[in-house]
Structure formats: C-alpha cells, structure tokens
Design a protein. Structure first.
Length: 288
C-alpha cells in the first residue's frame, strides 16, 4: 500500500520532487522534439534562407523542395523508399518472429547446455557489426548474393538483442501452466507457439518490431557495402549521395526535405504500434 504523506513537510517534499521530475521530462521532451521542429522548418526553406541561420517560422518552399527531390534523376527517391520498405519490413518480421521462437525454446524447454546456449547468444550481442563486415562481404560475394536484398534481410533472423528482450518478456508474462495445458489438450508445439504464445507476446512483438524496423531503415553501413546499382540502393545511401553532391549543385532545402520524407514511414509505424509500447517495455525490462 502506498505511503500517504501526512505532514506539511512531507507534502512539500513530494510536491518538490514531482515538480523536479516534470521539469526534467519537459527539458528532455524539448530536446527531442526541437530537432524535429528544425527539420520541418528547414524543409520549407530554400538553400539561401537556410544559410542565413535558424528561423522559428516556416518558409514558402515546401512544394518546391518536394518537387526538386522528386525531379532529381540521380537520386530516385521513390525507388529508395520502396527498397527501404522491403528491407526494413522483411527484416523486422523475421527478426521478431524467430527471436520470439528462440526465446520460447529457451524458456519452455529443459535441455543440456541450455544455460550455455543462452550465454553464447548474449555474448554475440557484444560483437560489433564492423568486426565481421569484411568476412560477411567476402562470403556473400562468393555466394553470388552481392547487390541483392537477401544479405540485408536473411541475417536478421539472428538478432540477439531482440531475443534477450523476448526472453525477459516471457519470464514476466507467460506462465508455463498455459503451455502445459495446451500440450495436455493435444496441441502441437508450433500451434501452441503461434496461436497461444504469440498473442500473449503482442506488446513485446510490437516494441521490437518498431526498434528492428527503425534500425534497418536507418542502416547505412552494410547496404552501402552490399548494394551497387542505383535501382537497389536504400534511402540512407541516397541521402548520403545527395549530401556529398557537388558544392555548386548542393541544395540544403532538398537535403532537409529528403530527410523529412525518410522519417515519415518510421513515424507511421510508430503510431500504428504505439499502443503496445508501454506494456511491452515494462514487462520486457522487468522479470516477474
């Protein structure tokens, strides 16, 4: 039962703590949202207006910047958005499903070296992507998979960070009695997982789907190594190409507009899955 403040000093202390917490939250929110505000404002201004400095008021070049981005034959934005959506959606789906399946296997079954398998998966989390990039590139080149989406999508099946979150969520929210009751009723293991366990894990699936989608959407390093042709390049590569354009042809208005276009799908995905976030984060981070 929560402690109820009785004295005036306790009430004053509690009010001061709440005020301090609200102040910190407002400051953090401002720092997070201010950069989005700058992005939106600058996407409505011309290159010369942006060079003059920051402005609180939007410009009048929103449509012009949007048309300039679409009209740039060297930067196929529509193709880049399509490629990024394919890679990000498929990567998120595979990452979430197979990580949940692996976490369920570790959680629901007792076998030899169970703890060792769990520890090895966690150790893989500590390995940076850059360490294995050269070997990965050589492997996919020998397999004839260079300049394709397969090396960007298929490895997402092995996602140790997503697995760890799913395992923590199962520890907090899935009683083994439910699984055992399904087995007694004659349900198969995959039926139990797909029809009983996955619906219970909806909040965790939604949270990790957002994180996996955003990580894949913003990924520049591996796609830049794998993809060569212009019709296969993802949006981060195209933004980098636009940013590194010739100084005389460089247009900051186009850059800000393209970045604004790039974050729009992420915002849409977040809004669609946001209702699961609070419960997913809470149960995924606390072992019950």
């Amino acid at each position: 039962m929560a402690h109820t403040p009785k004295t005036q000093s306790e009430k004053a202390t509690l009010a001061a703590r709440r005020a301090w917490c609200y102040l910190v939250l407002v400051l953090i929110s401002f720092l997070c949202l201010f950069f989005f505000y700058v992005l939106v404002i600058n996407s409505t201004r011309t290159h010369f207006e942006i060079q003059k400095g920051f402005s609180l008021l939007p410009g009048k070049s929103l449509v012009t910047n949007f048309r300039n981005v679409l009209a740039d034959a060297n930067i196929p934005v529509g193709t880049g958005i399509r490629n990024s959506l394919i890679v990000s959606a498929c990567s998120a789906a595979l990452s979430v499903y197979f990580s949940a399946l692996t976490a369920y296997g570790i959680y629901a079954y007792n076998f030899r070296f169970k703890k060792a398998a769990f520890a090895i998966i966690l150790l893989i989390m500590t390995m940076p992507t850059q360490v294995s990039a050269l070997g990965f590139l050589q492997l996919i080149t020998k397999m004839g998979l260079k300049n394709s989406f397969v090396p960007l999508i298929l490895p997402s099946i092995a996602a140790p960070t997503v697995f760890f979150f799913m395992k923590q969520y199962l520890d907090a929210s899935l009683p083994m009695e439910i699984v055992e009751a399904a087995r007694i009723d004659g349900a198969g293991e995959f039926y139990t997982f797909n029809k009983i366990v996955l619906p219970i894990m909806k909040p965790a699936l939604a949270v990790q789907a957002i994180f996996s989608f955003v990580a894949s959407w913003n990924n520049y390093f591996i796609p830049a190594l794998v993809l060569d042709s212009a019709d296969k390049k993802t949006l981060p590569i195209l933004i980098a190409q636009l940013r590194s354009a010739d100084f005389l042809k460089f247009d900051m208005g186009k850059v800000y507009m393209m970045v604004a276009i790039a974050i729009l799908p992420v915002i849409i995905v977040y809004l669609l899955l946001s209702k699961f976030i609070v419960r997913g984060v809470a149960l995924g981070g606390v072992k019950g």
